[in-house]
Design a protein around this ligand. Structure first.
Ligand SMILES: Cc1cc2nc3c(=O)[nH]c(=O)nc-3n(C[C@H](O)[C@H](O)[C@H](O)COP(=O)(O)OP(=O)(O)OC[C@H]3O[C@@H](n4cnc5c(N)ncnc54)[C@H](O)[C@@H]3O)c2cc1C
Length: 480
C-alpha cells in the first residue's frame, strides 16, 4: 500500500470527499484543484464595488443530506451550518399578501406535514384530498419502483395520481424546481419521486433546512484545507490536470502544464463536460469513448443568484425565507442576515434570491430582474418601501447543474466505469441523487470505495466518519 499514490482531480465537494476517504484508509493522496479555493461550485465571488465576499448563489442543505453531513462532521465544519430543529417551510403569496407555513407535526411520516397542510391557504380542499393519494404512493415506493419510472415525465406520473393543476403549480412544481433545478414538465418521474420519497415524505426530520453561517468559500475552504492537511493529503491549488498517462487502463502519471505527477490511481471529480475533455486528452480507448458519449448527452440547467442590499430592514429582521406562490422569477426569498454570523456590513440587510432552472431569464437585464424583485417585496412588505436598495449583484451560472430529464439516469456512469484504478466521481455520476452537495459527497465516497476496493453502497453511512446529526445533537447549531 505504501507505493500507491492516488491523484484526485478536482477540489469540489466530490474531490475533497474522495481525497479524505482515501487518505483515511492510509493511501498517499494528492488533490489537484484548478482554482485558488476548494469547494468547486459552492463558492463565493468578490463584489466588484464593495469588496464584500458573496455566495455565487444561495445554497441550502437539508438534514437528509446524510453523507454531506458526515463530511461536515469529518472536516469539523459544524460551525458553518445551522439546521432547523423542526421542518418549517414558509410560503407567501405576493398576490394576496398571505403567509403560511408547512411544518412537521407530531404524526409520523409521511403524515408529519398534514396538520399544517389542512390549514394551508394556497391549495383547495380538492387539491389536498388528491395529494393524500400521491403522498401515500410516494412514501411506499421502493428503490426499484422509483427507478422504473426514469423514462416517464413527472407530470405524467402526477396526472396519473389525479393531481390538480393548482396542486402541481403551487406545490409539486416548486420542490422539483428548487431541488432538481429543472421545470416539472422536463423532469424525470424517477428523480422527482426519489426526492419526495427520501426528502419531503421520508424521515420526519429529513427536510429540516440548513443554512450557511458565512459566505460559501469561508464556510468550506478553510475547514477542508485543514482536514486534508491533517490527513496528510498534498493539496495543490491553482493546478489544472491536462490528462493522464496509463498502461492498459492503469494510470502511471497525471499531466500538468509543465510537469507530471507519478501515480498508481486517479479519481476524476471534475464536471462532466471537463471530464469528457480530460478523458479524450488521455487517449482512453473504447470505454472512454462510450462514457464521453453518455456524459456529453447530459444537458445543464442554469441558475441565477440575485443579491440585493439595503441599509435597514427591507424585510422584517426575523424573516428567514419564504417560497413565493405563483411567481416564475422570484421563486423564493432568503434573508441572508438571518443565517449569517456577521452581516456583510453593520446595518446592511442582504436578501438572496436563487432562480432555479433559469433558462427563460438568462437574457434579462439587471434592471428588469430587480423591478420584479421590488414588485414582490412591495406587495408583501408595503410598510417598508422607504427602505431602498443601494447595492446589488446578479450572478448567472449557465452550467450550474445537470438536468435530470426522463431517461437521464442511464447516462450517468458509475464510479467503476473506466478501469480498476481509475474512478469517476462528481455529482453527475451514478448516485441516485440529483446535482447537489449530497450527490457530490456520495459520488466522492463511491469513487474512493472503488479505488480502495471496498464494497460500499452510498445508502450506508461511511463507517469511519461521524454520523449525520439528529435534531439538537450537541456540537451542531440550531437554526431557530
Ligand atoms: C449556482 C449554484 C447553486 C446551487 N445550489 C445548490 C443548493 O442550494 N443545494 C445543493 O445541494 N446544491 C446546489 N448546487 C449544486 C452543487 O453546488 C453541486 O452539485 C456540487 O457542489 C458539485 O460538486 P462536485 O464536486 O461534483 O463538482 P464541482 O463543484 O464542479 O467541483 C469540480 C472541481 O474541479 C475543478 N477542476 C475543473 N477542471 C479541473 C482540472 N483540469 N484540474 C483540476 N481541477 C479542475 C473545478 O475548479 C472544481 O473546483 C448549486 C450549484 C450552483 C452552480
Amino acid at each position: 500500500m505504501g507505493d500507491e499514490h492516488v491523484v484526485v482531480i478536482g477540489g469540489g465537494i466530490a474531490g475533497v470527499t474522495a481525497a479524505l476517504a482515501c487518505a483515511d484508509a492510509g493511501r498517499n493522496v494528492t488533490l489537484l484543484e484548478a482554482r485558488k479555493v476548494l469547494g468547486g461550485r459552492v463558492s463565493s465571488v468578490t463584489h466588484p464595488r464593495t469588496g464584500w465576499e458573496l455566495d455565487n448563489c444561495q445554497h441550502a442543505c437539508f438534514r437528509v443530506y446524510d453523507r454531506f453531513m458526515q463530511l461536515v462532521g469529518r472536516t469539523k465544519g459544524q460551525d458553518a451550518i445551522k439546521l432547523q430543529a423542526r421542518t418549517v417551510l414558509p410560503f407567501a403569496s405576493p398576490a394576496t399578501g398571505e403567509f403560511a407555513n408547512l411544518a412537521s407535526g407530531r404524526l409520523s411520516p409521511p403524515n408529519h406535514l398534514i396538520g399544517s397542510m389542512l390549514s394551508f391557504p394556497f391549495l383547495s380542499f380538492k387539491d389536498k384530498l388528491a395529494m393524500r393519494k400521491a403522498v401515500k404512493r410516494l412514501a411506499n415506493m421502493k428503490h426499484a419502483d422509483i427507478w422504473a419510472l426514469d423514462g416517464m415525465p413527472f407530470r405524467t406520473w402526477l396526472t396519473e395520481q389525479g393531481q390538480t393543476d393548482q396542486a402541481i403549480n403551487r406545490f409539486w412544481s416548486f420542490f422539483v424546481l428548487a431541488a432538481l433545478n429543472i421545470d416539472l414538465d422536463e423532469a424525470s418521474a424517477a428523480q422527482a419521486c426519489m426526492l419526495f420519497n427520501k426528502g419531503l415524505f421520508g424521515d420526519a426530520d429529513a427536510f429540516d433546512v440548513g443554512a450557511f453561517t458565512s459566505h460559501l468559500s469561508e464556510s468550506f475552504h478553510p475547514a477542508y484545507l485543514e482536514a486534508l492537511d491533517q490527513a496528510g493529503v498534498q493539496v495543490r491549488l491553482n493546478t489544472s490536470a491536462k490528462g493522464i498517462e496509463h498502461e492498459n487502463g492503469a494510470p502511471t502519471s497525471v499531466r500538468l502544464a509543465k510537469e507530471s505527477i507519478a501515480c498508481t490511481d486517479v479519481i476524476f471529480t471534475t464536471p462532466h463536460h471537463i471530464t469528457a475533455r480530460l478523458l479524450k486528452a488521455s487517449n482512453l480507448e473504447e470505454k472512454s469513448a462510450l462514457i464521453e458519449r453518455n456524459i456529453n448527452s447530459m444537458d445543464y440547467r442554469p441558475l441565477i443568484g440575485i443579491h440585493s442590499f439595503y441599509r435597514g430592514n427591507r424585510v422584517p429582521e426575523d424573516f428567514t425565507f419564504a417560497v413565493m406562490i405563483d411567481e416564475p422569477l422570484i421563486q423564493i426569498i432568503f434573508n441572508r442576515n438571518a443565517e449569517l454570523d456577521q452581516p456583510v456590513e453593520e446595518g446592511v440587510q442582504w436578501l438572496s434570491i436563487p432562480v432555479s432552472s433559469a433558462v427563460p431569464f438568462m437574457g434579462m437585464e439587471d434592471d428588469e430582474i430587480l423591478a420584479e424583485l421590488d414588485r414582490v417585496l412591495d406587495a408583501l412588505w408595503p410598510e417598508q418601501t422607504n427602505v431602498k436598495r443601494f447595492e446589488h449583484l446578479i450572478i448567472k451560472t449557465p452550467k450550474a447543474t445537470f438536468a435530470p430529464t426522463p431517461g437521464s439516469a442511464e447516462g450517468r456512469p458509475p464510479a467503476d466505469a473506466i478501469s480498476e484504478r481509475i474512478a469517476l466521481g462528481g455529482c453527475w455520476t451514478k448516485t441516485d441523487w440529483p446535482s447537489t452537495m449530497e450527490g457530490a459527497t456520495r459520488s466522492g465516497l463511491q469513487a474512493a470505495a472503488h479505488i480502495l476496493k471496498r464494497t460500499y453502497s452510498t445508502d450506508d453511512a461511511w463507517p469511519e466518519w461521524p454520523s449525520r446529526p439528529a435534531r439538537r445533537e450537541p456540537g451542531w447549531r440550531v437554526w431557530e
